[in-house]
Design a protein around this ligand. Structure first.
Ligand SMILES: [Zn+2]
Length: 302
C-alpha cells in the first residue's frame, strides 16, 4: 500500500514537472504594438497581455489596480521607454515584482539600441509643456525600429527562458525578414510622394516620415502635449496655404475639432489612422498597422 502511494506521488510529480515545462511565459507590455511584437517573437511559448489599448494616447494612460495585478505576475515586462509610458512606473513600483523592474532579468526597455530623433539640446521641463524630454519617443512608427524593439523582447525572453533561446532567435529573424519585405512594399507605395510636406496633430510621426522621405511642415499642437490655440492654428493655416500642404496625418484618437476646421480653411485632407496595433478592427498585427497607415495616406495624396 505504501509502495503504491509512493508510486502515485512520483507519477503526480512527473506530471506536474511536465506542466511546468510547458507553461507559457507570461509577458506584460505597456502597449498593444509591443504585445504584437512579443507574440511574433514568443510564438506558442508566451502568453501576452497589454496594459493599454490601441486607442489610448500612449502618453496618457490611467493606471488601474488590475494593471498592478498583471505586472505582479509577469515574467517579462516590455515597455516603449523614453518616458512615453512613464505612467507605468507607479504600476511597477506597486507591483513590487523585482524580476521585471529596471535591472531585473525580465525587464525589457524596447528603446535600447534605437537611434533617437529630436533629442533636445537643452534640458526640458515637462511642466512647461513638451513631453518629449528625452527626444521623440514614437519610434515604433518606423517599421525598421520594430525589429530592434522585438530584439529587446527576445533578449528578455532568453534571459527568463534560456532553454528556448534558439526558438526565440529564429522567430525574431523570421519576423525581421517579413517586416523588411513589407517595408519595401510600403516604400514603393509612398515613393511618388517623397519630399511632400505633411502636417501632424502631435509629433508622433517623426520616425515614420524620416523612413518614407516625407517632411513635417508643422503640428496642430504647438508643442508635444500642449493643446492647440487659435493663434497657433491661424499661423499653421497660413503656412499650409503657402506651402500647398495637401495632407494632415494623425492618430484616430485625436479630437476632430481643429483638423476639421483646418480642412475647411485649407482644403488639406485630415487622414486619421491607427497609431498602434488594435487601434481599429482588423489592425491585428504590426504589419497590418502599416498596411493601413500607408494605404490610407497614399490614397489621400492621390
Ligand atoms: Zn508624444
Amino acid at each position: 500500500m505504501k509502495r503504491a502511494a509512493f508510486f502515485l506521488a512520483c507519477l503526480l510529480g512527473l506530471a506536474l514537472s511536465g506542466l511546468r515545462a510547458q507553461a507559457k511565459i507570461y509577458v506584460v507590455t505597456t502597449d498593444p504594438t509591443l504585445a504584437d511584437l512579443a507574440r511574433s517573437v514568443g510564438g506558442d511559448r508566451v502568453r501576452v497581455e497589454s496594459l493599454s489599448r490601441g486607442t489610448d494616447d500612449p502618453h496618457q494612460v490611467e493606471p488601474r489596480p488590475s494593471m498592478v495585478v498583471k505586472v505582479s505576475r509577469a515574467q517579462v515586462f516590455a515597455r516603449i521607454g523614453m518616458d512615453l509610458d512613464m505612467w507605468a512606473d507607479s504600476i511597477l513600483e506597486k507591483a513590487g515584482n523585482r524580476s521585471v523592474m529596471r535591472g531585473g532579468r525580465g525587464y525589457a526597455d524596447c528603446s535600447l539600441g534605437i537611434k533617437p530623433l529630436e533629442v533636445p539640446t537643452t534640458k526640458l521641463d515637462p511642466s512647461m509643456g513638451d513631453i518629449h524630454v528625452y527626444g521623440n519617443p514614437h519610434y515604433l512608427l518606423d517599421p525598421a525600429n520594430g525589429i530592434i524593439a522585438a530584439g529587446n523582447i527576445a533578449a528578455a525572453l532568453i534571459r527568463v527562458d534560456p532553454a528556448n533561446r534558439e526558438y526565440y532567435v529564429q522567430r525574431h529573424q523570421a519576423f525581421g525578414r517579413d517586416l523588411l519585405n513589407a517595408l519595401n512594399r510600403w516604400r514603393g507605395m509612398l515613393a511618388p510622394y517623397r519630399g511632400a510636406q505633411v502636417v501632424v496633430y502631435h509629433r508622433s510621426w517623426a520616425y515614420f516620415m524620416a523612413r518614407f522621405g516625407l517632411t513635417e511642415l508643422g503640428s496642430i499642437e504647438p508643442k508635444p502635449g500642449i493643446p492647440p490655440s487659435p493663434g497657433h492654428v491661424n499661423d499653421l493655416v497660413r503656412a499650409m496655404r503657402s506651402a500647398g500642404v495637401r495632407v494632415m496625418l494623425m492618430e484616430n484618437f485625436r479630437a476632430r475639432r481643429f483638423p476639421d476646421m483646418i480642412e475647411k480653411q485649407t482644403g488639406a485632407r485630415a487622414v486619421f489612422v491607427p497609431g498602434a496595433v488594435d487601434a481599429e478592427p482588423g489592425v491585428d498585427s504590426y504589419i497590418r498597422l502599416f498596411d493601413v497607415i500607408v494605404s490610407r495616406l497614399s490614397a489621400a495624396f492621390k
